[in-house]
Design a protein. Structure first.
Length: 324
């Protein structure tokens, strides 16, 4: 089954300079750490050839100072390489280093463009600074003429996002980005009191549809790609492809089948710093997990929005452009 692997998400660090209310890492007690570069190279050597490598976990990737070097080494395997960042550390220098290393895609996570709301979600840095960093990144790409790099805004569905969705699409277009995409909030592991206090639970579908429809029209007129999941109509025939086509590797080497549940204390199938990849990937426990997912009987997946295809727009799904 090893030949089925298409995409790997590797965590450069689980440290983060923000404590977002909707993020799992804000509420867990796992030790913080960075993947050292030699360990990263060891992982690349153990992995079979894959089409995509995404350098991100639950932390801010740019806190690992070897991120650009990791990108270069991952690209040398023949994979397309991407990352997701909060852009707080995406200065002109770090942006140029990532682009020069050959990265193929950078997703910038943005909660809102409202200064007061942004300060509530991500205290310590004005949203204007983040937007300035994103703008600089786009300008560097344009001036240097990098031919194979996509830049996108990644938005988690929330009331603050929906209120300013058209403005965010306009911002993305004005500064020269390629895409704005929405992803549903994976709230399975968050305390209910947090969801209630931040008004992140129970998104009204009528409001959602209205915001998405208006943003879609604006995006089409501005020539920027806009993707949003359908929250109304779950596809009960859909089964998440992560256990079959991808895996997540934490900074300390644990392998799990899920990018949305990366806590090895809850689920993992082995450690790449201790054994080879084929043994983990083809293990009986991993296969039994896949069987439960395929049969729609895995309890840990029961409330996940990707269970029935409501996490991303189909074209924004990590496996959308990969062979089935």
């Amino acid at each position: 089954m090893q030949q089925d692997l298409r995409r790997v998400q590797i965590e450069p660090t689980n440290r983060c300079n923000f404590k977002c209310s909707y993020c799992r890492r804000t509420y867990w007690s796992r030790p913080n750490g960075d993947m050292i570069y030699d360990k990263f190279l060891a992982i690349l050597e153990k992995l079979p050839a894959v089409f995509r490598i995404h350098l991100q976990g639950v932390g801010e990737p740019l806190l690992n100072r070897t991120l650009a070097t990791m990108v270069r080494s991952a690209r040398a395997t023949g994979a397309r390489v991407s990352t997701t960042t909060n852009a707080s550390l995406l200065t002109g220098k770090s942006a140029a280093e990532l682009l020069d290393a050959g990265i193929n895609r950078i997703n910038v996570s943005l909660d809102t463009i409202n200064p007061a709301t942004f300060a509530q979600f991500r205290a310590g840095l004005p949203v204007e600074s983040v937007i300035s960093n994103i703008t600089a990144l786009s300008e560097i790409r344009q001036k240097a003429g990098y031919p194979d790099i996509q830049l996108a805004l990644a938005l988690v569905v929330s009331p603050p996002i929906l209120e300013k969705l058209q403005d965010i699409v306009r911002l993305g277009s004005n500064i020269g980005l390629d895409e704005v995409y929405l992803q549903n909030l994976n709230s399975v592991f968050l305390p209910s009191r947090i969801l209630d206090s931040e008004q992140l639970s129970g998104i009204d579908n009528k409001t959602y549809r209205k915001s998405v429809r208006a943003a879609s029209i604006s995006a089409k007129n501005m020539g920027i790609r806009f993707l949003a999941p359908d929250l109304d109509h779950p596809d009960n025939s859909y089964r998440c492809r992560w256990p079959f086509r991808g895996c997540n590797i934490t900074w300390d080497g644990f392998v799990s089948p899920c990018c949305l549940q990366p806590d090895p204390d809850i689920m993992h199938f082995g450690n790449l710093f201790e054994t080879d990849f084929a043994t983990i990937w083809n293990s009986r426990s991993y296969q039994k997990f896949r069987d439960r997912v395929e049969a729609d009987r895995e309890q840990i997946c029961a409330s996940c929005p990707d269970r029935y295809g409501r996490m991303w727009h189909p074209a924004a799904n990590p496996f959308a452009n990969l062979a089935s």
